[in-house]
Design a protein around this ligand. Structure first.
Ligand code: UTP
Length: 297
């Protein structure tokens, strides 16, 4: 029987330089999309996919992230005393079970592959999901759940993939397709940030993965890749060569790149408009803005 995916790694040890100066003291993953930190969206997605153990790869200055997962008895008691049960419920939903969360430290931001490798001892001999919290995905069925369901059919390694325009491929890990199976593709290669005009396809990998323990083993090599970083893409590429067991999964949903300012702003608008308590006011404001812009033209 195939082992279930019950563990997930959340690499949150990056420097977040694109959001300086905010990220000087606020971890990027704590920045809020409407009223929930980015990390909460990733946790909710992981829970929906059946994840029970949450492994955070953190670094210096990420204390706020650890605090966020603690229960807050004083605040909870105060909300209860004031009868603010709706807020209490929101708060309770964010509480993590004791023992369900583990932290490992990445001593230096040496790349995503290195961050994932830091969690290897907590993962052991099991498949593991990896979620990058700065990729936020709006989807009817949460993205990782879609992937876990597909994984239960096929096994192997699975990466979330989406079509991007040719001029954008150099910002992503890109798949070299063996066979296009529709929702899934089998993969014969994968390259991180290919130079313009050299990408093997337009199918880019985004921040959701299901990995077998072998991929973490490849990371033992500590080989530097694109940008002088230890790349997860390279370890997956090694596994393609070794086992021919890697699939891309075209997920249903809309992905927002909240690691970039423009993506974060777009996500803020989209998630704001999706909220019953905000959509009217925000929608009206956006309409006024667009009228004003047209009038000025
Ligand atoms: P990014 O490439 O977005 O890097 O990392 P970053 O440091 O977060 O942000 P910028 O580019 O400086 O603005 C993608 C994911 O990988 C994690 C990040 O925390 C983020 O979730 N990561 C990256 C690590 O955990 N460790 C690393 O060494 C690099």
């Amino acid at each position: 029987m195939r082992k279930k995916v019950t563990k997930a790694i959340f690499p949150v040890a990056g420097l977040g330089t694109r959001f300086l100066p905010a990220t000087k003291s606020v971890p990027k993953e704590i920045m809020t999309l409407v009223d929930r930190p980015l990390i909460q969206y990733a946790i909710d997605e992981a829970r929906a996919a059946g994840i029970k153990e949450f492994i955070f790869v953190t670094s210096r200055g990420k204390g706020a992230l650890e605090d966020y997962f603690d229960h807050s008895p004083t605040l909870e008691a105060e909300l209860e005393r004031k009868g603010k049960m709706d807020l209490l419920e929101i708060l309770n939903d964010t509480n993590m079970e004791s023992g369900a969360v583990a932290y490992v430290r990445q001593h230096k931001a040496m790349g995503l592959g290195h961050a994932v490798w830091c969690a290897r001892k907590l993962v052991g001999d099991e498949p593991v999901a990896v979620l990058l919290p700065d990729d936020v995905i709006a989807a009817e069925t949460p993205c990782l759940q879609q992937m876990v369901e597909a994984y239960e059919e096929t096994g192997g390694n699975m990466v979330a993939a989406m079509e991007v325009s040719p001029e954008k491929t150099s910002s992503y890990g890109v798949l070299d397709l063996k066979e296009d199976l529709g929702q899934m593709v089998s993969v014969k290669g994968m390259v991180e940030k290919p130079a313009e005009g050299t990408a093997p396809s337009n199918l880019a990998v985004i921040g959701r993965y299901i990995l077998t323990p072998q991929v973490l083993k490849h990371l033992d090599d500590m080989k530097e890749g694109a940008g002088g970083e230890i790349q997860l893409t390279d370890a997956i590429a090694s596994e393609i060569k070794a086992s021919d067991n890697v699939y891309g999964y075209r997920f249903n949903g809309q992905r927002f790149d909240c690691g970039s300012k423009a993506g974060f702003l777009q996500a803020t608008v989209a998630f704001g408009l999706a909220r019953d308590d905000l959509k009217d006011e925000l929608g009206q404001y956006l309409q006024e803005l667009s009228f004003a812009k047209k009038a000025a033209e």
